[in-house]
Design a protein around this ligand. Sequence first.
Ligand code: HEM
Length: 370
Amino acid sequence: PFPWYKRMRSENPVYYDPEYRLVNVFRYTDVKETLGNFNKFSSQFGKAFNPAGGPISESIINLDPPKHTKLRNIVSRAFTPRTIEKMAPQIREIAESLLNAKKGHEVDIIKEFTSPLPITVIATMLGIPLKDMDMFKKWSDTIVGGSETSFTNFPKTIEDMKGYFQKLMIEKEKNPDESLVYSVLNAEVDGEKLTMMESLGFFILLLVAGNETTTNLLSNALLTFSENPGTYEAMRDDSKLIPQALEEVLRYRSPVQSIYRVARDDTDLSGVPIRKGSIMVPWIGSANRDESIFEDADKFIIGRKENRHIAFGEGIHYCLGAPLARLEAKIAMEYMTENFGSYEILRNRKMIPQESTIVYGFKELWVKLN
Ligand code: HEM
């Protein structure tokens, strides 16, 4: 998409596409404005537009204030960097359990590592018992999978999950713990508990928003490091380089390339008139390559200074899981560089990219771990 973004940033930075009836936004400042100015651009589409339907349309990612603020506050404490940091030893253990016997092997790194890692972490945070983990992983795959089969299985999976979480909530009610399921269950907004749909919306949102995105960050990182000789070795010799390198991957190959908003009223963006009800598509992937903001924007620079990328969004919907995603990715790369001297991407095996204009990464990526 990057050459297209570049052309659009220069020729048609706010572009109404009559075929899809979308307003595409390409420049950094306009993308930021579209994402961040909720008075002009709403996140509330209602059920019709959201492919995941039901529960997700009741979740924070599709709500505006004041309801957005109240619901987000329920879980925001669980996602602060300080709380998340306590998960580090567990995340390390999960990484170890997934990769410990893999030295010298050729693996689909998505299936073996970058996909199960975030799913297992979020399941642990939710308080899913270990015995249910495999079933939970299957559901998660169906929900975020986006494949033909996952689409047909979708309604059934939502029903299954609803039933499952209902039972889990009853168990947690009897045996309170620190899990997210318990805290959502006991939260009150304006003196009332959340409805089943609202709670379920939360849990499913965490799966949808958090898993594939983190998987994509890691697979994009592995691809990018392999294209830039010396970067992996540099991180292996000095692990302090890892966080900054990952920030640059977030900018250079953003796991979320685009988002949607809807114009509340007739308005304008950088002088281009926008009609009330227009669906806006701010392209994060383009903003993060904007040459007026980033020097050598099309270059991957491992130690890039003042990297003001917006891969996690902007404003009130800024990614709730950003501290968690950063920690997971950091630990994953630390584990890899500590345990594998090098790796190669096996380009002669399958390399299947995501077929989506929203998420950007791989569905299958074979790697030899040395
Ligand atoms: C929101 C990206 C990982 C949970 C967002 C948004 C972006 C984003 C761009 C803004 C959406 C909007 O403005 O409409 C990413 C990327 C990730 C990642 C690139 C990984 C590298 C995670 C994780 C979790 C998570 C691990 C949770 C476990 C959420 C939630 C929201 C959100 C709940 C909605 C926040 C709100 O509406 O207030 N994410 N995300 N994300 N993300 Fe993430």
